[in-house]
Design a protein around this ligand. Structure first.
Ligand SMILES: Cc1ncc(COP(=O)(O)O)c(C=O)c1O
Length: 412
């Protein structure tokens, strides 16, 4: 197979839509173009059939009932609906109570969780942002230590999008159920890649997104538990009362049909895919670690998604590293803010220093990643890192055995 450039190693950011998904969607752009809410004619019924079939496919992937799936525009919306919707529904009565209720989340969650939580603080809710340990894994014990009498909601992601670490989700869910607290998980990076069962894993609300599972962009789902307990949400959008009143708006029928097919394919191919990608990631990590010194894998070594790695390369400058591997599409540990490059807040929350955070890469493999591509990436990264180190005075000092963290730099 000939390699095509640039090589795509950023599947945690988004995935190519599977051609089988595109094929399933196509008729819904043309002959089956109806509005799924049109009850009086064939066009509407066909569209509705497509949507309801997709709901079954989505529900099956996570062990839910189709009635428990609410369509959204993606995980950002699912998270907003879950967090704000639950907070508003279960808010403590203002009278006689201090504050409106307590929410627990973690400092290295995605912004689509952190920002809704911050908005709720402005509305009088109290939020605990758990600081992750250096391995990045949020445990049941950590959540237990933060629970209070007035805790109404816990939102802990299943797997982290930057480092792939896997939190103790089913254990945290069990704890929440014991204490009568609603449990939401942002499972955007998990569902479709790893086995999921909302009952066995004690989940009340679960967000996921089409474009991370080889489906289209702009479509997502929120699982909302209907029994034990029946979870209620206050809607964010008011309108025609679609989706059991929880999410008004004409449904994105084509996108939903694609989402459903993407779920079905993930379910069928998950086991083989997981194994194959794990082997490729192991090759990537072991080769880079054996060829290069000063490489660190960020996050818990074992409790990690099998297809993703986040590695820091000491003694190289992050931006130059990215420039050196321009034909490998991946993410870096720096985030562009308006004026500057900021080190990733996720890595910082684990205690990774700014320098190492800047010189880190997130490489995430997917359905079409091949061994040839991985071998190309290994050679390319090795070459770029070695080249940059030949120009680094800090690397020279390190090679001479000087601990540069102990150097007292003098300003003149
Ligand atoms: C963990 C996590 N949550 C939420 C989102 C947002 O998803 P969407 O792009 O579907 O809004 C992402 C996407 O990057 C993610 O990785």
């Amino acid at each position: 197979m000939t390699l095509k450039f640039p090589i795509y190693m950023d599947h945690a950011a988004t995935t190519r839509t599977d051609p089988r998904v595109v094929e399933a969607m196509l008729p819904y752009f043309t002959e089956k173009f109806g509005n799924s809410a049109s009850r009086n004619h064939k066009f509407g019924w066909e569209a509705e059939d497509g949507v309801e079939h997709a709901r079954e496919q989505a529900a099956q992937l996570i062990g839910a009932d189709a009635k428990e799936i609410i369509w959204t525009s993606g995980s950002t919306e699912s998270n907003n609906l879950a967090i704000k919707g639950a907070a508003h529904m279960y808010a403590r009565a203002a009278e006689g109570q201090r504050g409106r209720g307590h929410i627990i989340t973690a400092a290295h969650e995605h912004k689509a969780v952190l920002d809704p939580c911050k908005r709720l603080i402005g509305e009088g809710f109290d939020v605990t942002f758990l600081t992750p340990p250096p391995d990045g894994v949020i445990t049941r014990a950590m959540v237990e230590g933060a629970l209070r009498e007035d805790t109404i909601l816990v939102s802990i992601m299943w797997a982290n999008n930057e480092i792939g670490t896997i939190n103790e989700v089913s254990e945290i869910g069990a704890l929440c159920h014991e204490r009568g607290v609603i449990f939401h998980t942002d499972a955007t990076q998990w569902v479709g890649k790893m086995p999921t069962n909302v009952d066995a894993d004690n989940i009340d609300l679960l967000s996921w997104s089409g474009h991370k599972i080889y489906g289209p962009k702009g479509v997502g789902a929120l699982y909302v538990r209907r029994r034990k307990p029946r979870v209620r949400l206050e809607a964010i959008l008011d309108g025609g009362g679609h989706e059991r009143g929880m999410r008004s708006g004409t449904l994105n029928v084509t996108g939903i049909v694609g989402f459903g097919m993407a779920c079905e394919l993930c379910q069928k191919e998950m086991e083989g895919e997981r194994e194959r990608l794990f082997k490729l990631r192991r090759l990537l990590e072991t080769e880079l670690m054996s060829r290069l010194e000063g490489v660190q894998i960020n996050g818990h070594f074992d409790r990690r998604l099998p297809h993703l790695t986040n590695m820091s390369f000491g003694f190289v400058e992050g931006e130059s590293l990215l420039m050196g591997i321009k034909d490998i599409a991946c993410s870096s540990g720096s985030a562009c803010t308006s004026a500057s490059l900021e080190p990733s807040y996720v890595l910082k929350s684990l205690g990774v220093g700014d320098e190492l955070a800047h010189s880190s890469l997130r490489l995430s493999l997917g359905r079409w990643s091949s061994e040839e591509e991985v071998r190309y990436a290994i050679d390319g990264i090795e070459k770029a890192v070695n080249h940059l180190r030949t120009m680094s005075p800090l690397w020279d000092l390190h090679k001479e055995g000087i601990d540069i963290s102990k150097i007292q730099w003098q300003a003149h």
